[in-house]
Design a protein. Sequence first.
Length: 151
Amino acid sequence: MKNIQQGDKAPEFKGVNQNGDAVSLSSYTGKKLVLYFYPKDDTPGCTAEACNLRDNYDQFLSKGYAILGVSPDGEKKHQKFIEKYDLPFDLLADTEKETCEMYGVWVKKSMYGREYMGVARTTFIIDENGIIEEIISKVKTKEHTDQILKA
């Protein structure tokens, strides 16, 4: 697992969003980026987190932030998730888990005594120059905007 820390240069990722359009870290140069990793589209925690960010999207825009969600789900699943909840930001389809691994969030987890690999819900706040300003690893899905903007 990568050990990325505050103050590090954010790893340059490349992938496709829900529409099959190319997305990379350099696409966001000059903007602050909320890069949030989540396990799976349309599950209770992931939906609560996405909807919290959606409901406060104008606040993010007014402070110069772009938002990009990342999960191992594919483009079609992301499209349905965006349509169902009217999400105003892109979702990166990381089906090969390359971006998750690059950011150190593809980890061994356990539930009910069973171990498996999965995404550790984590948010990286990246500044206009691609430097990680903050890492939020204890995400409160229903209060995530407050965690990010310190409202």
